[in-house]
Design a protein around this ligand. Structure first.
Ligand code: CMC
Length: 429
């Protein structure tokens, strides 16, 4: 039982006592729920100091470079588990038994096909649409096809929908790509792993056999693990907010996809790749490094630094190793774009400007390079992020409903007009 108190002194008259709630690890929170009835709101644009919910799913300690899912470190999960096992852990909060995992895997694998009518839905989109626009629209539309389990107050319905989203998201995502390049859709294959099945749906054609490269399969599985969840980020908070009204889960995940699409959230690896292409050759790097250090130049090295992780990003370390494995496997270290990337990485790890400011390459720097090497077009990068993050969104949506939800209704600091008189400019009817 918490009994720590915080006292808020307002001017020299009013004193308000608030509870301080502990956390298992990490920052304690001041419970301000009674403040509204005292006649005050807290002001925190962007919610940078506000805990919007209680959660048991993911813990981040940015100062010490720690990321835990259900208590397990991301480094250990990336090394010893698979994406689907991480999905089980995020969803159920514990490691599965062999039998439970076999059942889970079979269920996810067997529900990857989508209602055939959905193929017609795609035809309503322009071929040159951004795949994120199509993904967002089709995911929202899934509610119209799977309306037999949309009662958010029914635990079984919530579980069925969680499986449907996890199983079908790679299929819809790969269809977005195939549609954009005018190739026929490729059906899912139940004999392949989650990552291999996605690669097959992306790159296979009916004309010839497509064999999934095991190194690329493992790399994609890692990318999925490293993007599976990241606490109360913008898209996850969006999913929770949308879901708090009782909205159907497909609509909530579509809202999450919309939020993820923003360049400040899911778009950084695409931006990083654009920068590498702009630099073009190794001899141009010093010019860009000088610009990055120049306080009067707004240019920043994309894929470097992090808002939360200030000592290291534990995901970037794993991603770096995977990136080198992929470039070795594909014999691409001599390609000019990757030469630029590797030289930038070398400089960042040695230059005092970057060392002093802790500006190491982040997870997006490496994921962009890996995906490019795998021939995934940059317009699909955020789509892949959405596939991976779907489990995080579902786990948070499910946790919110499992624990009882209050509709999200933030307040505001009003700075507009006071009440004033209205004079119409239109003629009376
Ligand atoms: N290139 C050059 N200098 C930089 C960079 C950079 N990418 N990032 C920060 N700095 C400098 C900055 O100029 C400042 O220098 P000084 O102390 O001399 O004034 C110092 O480093 C601290 O910068 P800051 O702006 O206080 O750092 P921040 O924590 O506010 O910014 C960031 C973090 C990620 C927004 C920033 O590093 C950045 O813009 N990076 C490039 C974009 C990027 O790669 N974003 C993806 C991040 S990972 C997303 C995820 O988790 O999925």
């Amino acid at each position: 039982m918490d009994n720590k108190k915080a006292t808020l002194q307002i001017g020299n008259r009013k004193k308000i006592t608030l509870d301080v709630l502990s956390a298992t690890v990490g920052t304690e929170v001041i419970d301000v729920r009674t403040l509204g009835s005292e006649g005050y709101f807290t002001f925190d644009p962007g919610f940078t100091s506000t805990a919007s919910c209680e959660s048991k799913i993911t813990f981040i300690d940015g100062d010490n470079g720690i990321l835990l899912h259900r208590g397990f470190s991301i480094e250990e999960l990336a090394e010893k588990s698979t994406y689907l096992e991480v999905c089980y852990i995020l969803l159920y909060g514990k490691t599965p038994t062999k039998e439970a995992f076999a059942t889970f895997k079979t269920t996810v694998t067997r529900h990857s096909m989508i209602h055939d009518q959905i193929t017609h839905l795609f035809r309503g989109f322009r071929r040159d649409s951004h795949p994120m626009a199509v993904l967002c629209g089709v995911t929202g539309a899934l509610a119209a096809f799977y309306h037999d389990a949309l009662d958010v107050n029914n635990e079984r319905h919530r579980e069925i929908t969680a499986f449907r989203l996890l199983s079908k998201m790679p299929t819809v995502a790969a269809m977005c790509y195939k549609y954009s390049i005018g190739q026929p859709f490729v059906y899912p294959r139940n004999d392949l792993s989650y990552a291999a099945n996605f690669l097959h749906m992306m790159f296979a054609t009916p004309c010839e056999e497509y064999k999934v490269n095991p190194v690329l399969e493992k790399a994609l599985d890692r990318i999925f693990i490293l993007h599976a969840d990241h606490e109360q980020n913008a898209s996850t908070s969006t999913v929770r907010t949308a879901g708090s009204s009782g909205a159907n889960p497909f609509a909530c995940i579509a809202a999450g996809i919309a939020s993820l699409w923003g360049p400040a959230h899911g778009g950084a690896n695409e931006a990083c790749l654009k920068m590498l292409e702009e630099i073009g050759t190794v001899d141009k790097i010093p010019e860009y490094i000088t610009r990055a250090k120049d306080k009067d130049d707004p240019f920043r090295l994309m894929g470097f630094g992090h808002r939360v992780y200030k000592s290291n990003d534990p995901r970037a370390k794993v991603m770096r190793a995977t990136c080198h494995e992929v470039l070795d496997e594909l014999k691409m270290k001599d390609n000019s774009l990757f030469k630029v990337a590797l030289e930038l990485e070398r400089i960042a790890l040695e230059d005092p400007y970057f060392i002093e400011r802790k500006l190491y390459p982040n997870v997006d720097f490496y994921s962009g390079i890996i995906l490019k090497a795998m021939k995934v077009p940059s317009s699909m990068f955020t789509v892949l992020f959405a596939i991976a993050r779907t489990i995080g969104w579902i786990a948070h949506w499910k946790e919110m409903h499992d624990e009882g939800v209050k509709i999200a209704r933030p307040r505001q600091r009003y700075t507009g007009h006071e009440k004033r008189e209205f004079t119409s400019c239109s003629e009376s009817i």
